[in-house]
Every structure is written in structure tokens, then in C-alpha cells.
Design a protein around this ligand. Sequence first.
Ligand code: 13P
Ligand code: SF4
Length: 318
Amino acid sequence: MPINGERGCCMEQQRAAIVELSRRVRELKEKRKAVILAHFYQRPEVQDVADFVGDSLQLAEQAAATSAGVIVFCGVYFMAESAKILSPEKIVLLPDLGAGCPMADMAAPEAVRARKELLPGCIVVTYVNSSAAVKAESDFCCTSSNALKVVEAMPPDKPVLFVPDRNLGSYVARCTGRNLELWDGYCHVHDRLTTGEILAARKEHPEAPVVVHPECRPEVIDLADHVSSTGGMLKYAGSAEAPAFIIGTEQGLLHSLKKACPDKSFYLAASHMVCPNMKLTTLEKVRWALEDMDPQIEVQPDIQDRARRALTRMLEIK
Ligand code: 13P
Ligand code: SF4
């Protein structure tokens, strides 16, 4: 076991390595005229090297608007794929191609087509946490920050199929009063959060409001003081007067929360709230991606065009 001095020295070395790698990534980024976009769930050092850190909607907007020819997407596959669909002329790099989203894998395009046939005339609203092929089967996309607005904009006389997150779908159904047909998908990171864990966190930090993501189960949402996307949580923490917050989403957001509100305290609702896929992106992999201009995201042209329609319609509603 290292004695304290050794541990301190090891941490110093790690910090120095991060500083050096970050410097190299910034240098390569200039050389490649690239922009680095990172989701709030990314590792702290990856968030710190990014040009923009945001939630799914903010990142899609950035990807659509950037003038850079190269986008390094620090997030998961469906996010990089959406960036490519919105900016097909740009090179989109995903530093680890294995960074998938298990919830996105819970809906296959054939299964969505089959369900649509059972609901003649339905409108398909698909959460961006889905494959390009599923977006191509959809009428509209949504993210957790605009799902209410998107569903509210749908004609009231049409059935709406909501894919793939059953928890976000049931939250939207409850808030809008719309009777949505729900897909049976879920995010394993948020779905595992229990009411018992929320009650225990409240007992430990009675001064802290509970803030949860709408990917959590309905009974967990019922115990929360505030429900929003990751970007919404950041805004809420900045404007609410409370000195501390219990955060029911992936642990990476705490880095941005602490940076934005250094005088406030943030407690993760449960220590298991870590998305392994979001943590696959490291500074080394960002460097390699910029050095090699690889791995690049490609989307089949016919799928790309149909998926863009659903994504663009979402951006227009916002
Ligand atoms: P938002 O950042 O849009 O809230 O989404 C959370 C998420 O689970 C992304 O994978
Ligand atoms: Fe997918 Fe959940 Fe990870 Fe987001 S946090 S990428 S929804 S598994």
C-alpha cells in the first residue's frame, strides 16, 4: 500500500499527464480546425478540453450550427450520428466507436415499423437516444429538454407512439395529459435509481432539494422537487436558493455543476449512477482521433435523409 507521500506524488504525475495531454489535444484541434463537443456525462478532463459542453439538445444545435469542418464528439454513438446527420458535409469523429447506448439498442427499425402497422395513422416521436435507422422511421425526434413541447405540438386526434424510453414517455404523458403508446425501453443508469435511495439521500441532506432526470422511474420522479434534462438541472442549480442539491442523474454532471456553482454542494442520489459507455472517451482517445482523423462516423445516405427530417422538425419546434 502506498504511503501518503507516494500517493500525493502519483496524483501530481496524473495531473501533469492531463495538462500535457490537454495541451496536445488543443494543438491538434487548431491544426485540424476542429471543434470538440462534449456531453455533461463525460470525464472531467474531457469536459475541460471541450469547446462546448451541453445536454443532448444543446449539442445537436451546436453540431448543426458550427462552422468547423471537423467535429470531435465526446459522447455516445447516437449523438455523433445525429451530428453527422445534421452536418453531413463535416467529418465527425467519435473517439471510441464502442461508446453505445443500451437504451438506443432497445428499439430496432423493423420492430418500430411493425408497431406502426398496428397503429394506423400514428405519429412516431422518437427520443434522440436511438439509432439513425430508427430516427428514419420517425416523424419527429425529441430530447429530454423539449419532449413536452414536441408532444404538445402533435395534433390531438392522432395516436402518438413514443420510442424508446418508457420512463420519459410516461413522464411526458402525465405532464401533457396525452395518451401515448410507449415503447418498453429504458436507461439502465436512471431506471436503477430507487425510491429508497431518494429517501435515504433526503434523510442525509434534508436541506437539499431532489433533482432527477425524466429517464428515472415514475415513482422516483414523484419524490423529486425538480425534473429536467441535464442542461435544465444546471440552470435550476444556478437559480434556486438552496445551498445543496441531490442529483438523480449520471455522475459526470456533478463536474459541470460544481464549476458553475462553486459555493453550492451537490450529492449524487446513488453512487451507482455511472454510465460506462460515457466514460469510454478518454483524453488519449481524443488525441488519437485528432491525430489519425479516425474513427469517423458514416450514415447510409437514404437513412441519413429520412433521419434528418425528424431531427430538423424537432429543432424547428424548440
Ligand atoms: P440529456 O443530456 O439530454 O438530459 O440526456 C441525458 C442522456 O441520458 C444522454 O444519454
Ligand atoms: Fe444511454 Fe443511459 Fe448512458 Fe445516456 S446514460 S448514454 S441513456 S445508457
